[in-house]
Write a protein that binds this ligand. Structure first.
Ligand SMILES: [Zn+2]
Length: 426
């Protein structure tokens, strides 16, 4: 049986470092160079170790459970420790084909109850989900917490993170809100490709998407939530009950996470993405500097990927101009229409059935419903009758014929690289 020992937590001003040992098979899944750290724009050195231990445990607990391993540590918050059982049950119900076993062995459970000082905080990426959650809860004046997970051994300047921070800070200061920033390497401490190699087939999902990111994002905020004596931490939902998908961040998991006197609310699950868009657009005149940041790990919205296109088209379908919300697009209705139809033609081959079903059919029906108020009528002309599956099939054929040999060559190269990586890590 594999074991992880959390040996030491070093809290110094704004930063926490974790020292740990790993024994057994599970060690191959850990990136030995990247040792977990968290750095905040606020001093957390007074936060007790039993709270600081939470992000470490939360980041690796799902791996411990699926590999039937054990974590040993000195101290942990009692409320969080108890809530982990419910979190585990949530994942077990989500992934019935896996056995969630393993254990977390703690020498001392600590009661860290506190008097509430601040009503709420909201995890804030600047994306559509996060903005919706802010709007829905703005009466509680939430503190905005923005995170970056992709450092490696140390903090290094990253343009995407700088742009995320700048956007969150602009939104925060212009709407009189407090910004908290968290920088970490929690996204790189696990060799997710190796976990996926062994488990993704059985899970039907990837490690990061299916098991890791929800707990990681929420738990990185917990030391600051404790420090500021906050009652509720909101995390915005990305999914809806209409289309059940497996996802590490799900109400059946997130809402079970409790710690000290704090709780987590998975917010906005009942809303489709288009309804969220509607809510943000309808509130846009009351808020300053709404720039939607939807493009993954990009300094700016690229306006060409599925997520950018889905958001742009969704905004147009609600009768608004996407250029007012952070999308750099050509001026003029004809130019806009040409740009979007070209971009969609290039991207459609990568659309999954789920994406079409969950997002795009609703966008098309909003185009039909809102024809009168849409400013870019040329886009309506083709979007109203756009057949997603047929267009995808057509573009996929063209792509496969054109790139047959490069695709085969790339696949062979990837297989070879994976097998080398796997051998080296053993
Ligand atoms: Zn994009």
């Amino acid at each position: 049986m594999s074991e992880v020992f959390l040996k030491k937590i070093i809290a110094n001003n704004n930063r926490v470092d974790y020292i740990y040992n790993i024994n057994g098979e599970i060690s191959k899944y850990f990136n030995q160079e990247n040792v977990l750290f968290l750095e905040y724009n606020k001093n957390i050195s007074k936060v007790p170790f039993s709270i600081l231990a939470i992000p470490f445990i939360a980041n690796i607990a799902p791996l411990i459970w699926i590999t039937d391993s054990v974590i040993y540590l000195e101290e942990l918050d009692e409320v969080f420790y108890k809530s982990l059982d419910e979190v585990k049950k949530g994942y077990q119900a989500m992934f019935p084909s896996m056995n969630f076993k393993g254990s977390i062995i703690v020498k001392k459970l600590v009661n860290n109850e506190y008097e509430i000082n601040t009503q709420s905080a909201a995890l804030f990426s600047g994306g559509l989900d996060a903005l919706t959650t802010y709007i829905r809860n703005k009466n509680s004046n939430p503190i905005l917490i923005t995170e970056y997970a992709w450092h490696e051994q140390r903090i290094q300047k990253n343009e995407t993170w700088e742009a995320d921070k700048k956007n969150a800070l602009l939104f925060g200061t212009s709407n009189n809100l407090t910004n908290i920033f968290v920088e970490s390497n929690y996204g790189t401490i696990i060799r997710s490709n190796l976990v996926d190699k062994d488990y993704s087939k059985k899970l039907g999902d990837t490690w990061w998407h299916g098991l890791h990111h929800g707990l990681a994002i929420i738990s990185a905020a917990i030391p600051i939530v404790f420090e500021m004596r906050i009652q509720t931490l909101f995390i915005a939902s990305s999914n809806t009950p209409a289309f059940k998908v497996t996802c590490a961040s799900d109400p059946t998991v997130d809402n079970k996470i409790k710690f000290a006197s704090g709780k987590v609310i998975h917010d906005g699950y009942e809303l489709t993405r288009q309804k969220k868009l509607n809510m943000v657009l309808n509130n846009s005149s009351d808020l300053e500097n709404i720039q939607l940041r939807v493009c993954f790990k990009q300094e700016q919205n690229c306006c060409k990927c599925e997520k950018c296109l889905r958001t742009i088209m969704g905004i147009i379908a609600e009768g608004h101009d996407p250029r007012n919300f952070g999308f750099n697009l050509p001026e003029g209705s004809v130019e806009m229409s040409d740009f979007l139809s070209n971009a969609l033609r290039k991207e459609i081959k990568f659309f999954t059935n789920n994406f079409i079903q969950i997002y795009w059919l609703e966008i098309r029906s909003r185009f039909r419903d809102n024809y009168q108020k849409i400013c870019f009528k040329e886009v309506c002309l083709w979007m109203n009758n756009y057949n997603f599956r047929k267009e995808r099939f057509k573009e996929l054929m063209v792509y496969r014929i054109r790139y047959f040999f490069p695709i085969v060559r790339r696949k062979i190269k990837n297989l070879y690289r994976d097998s080398l990586y796997y051998q080296r890590s053993r």
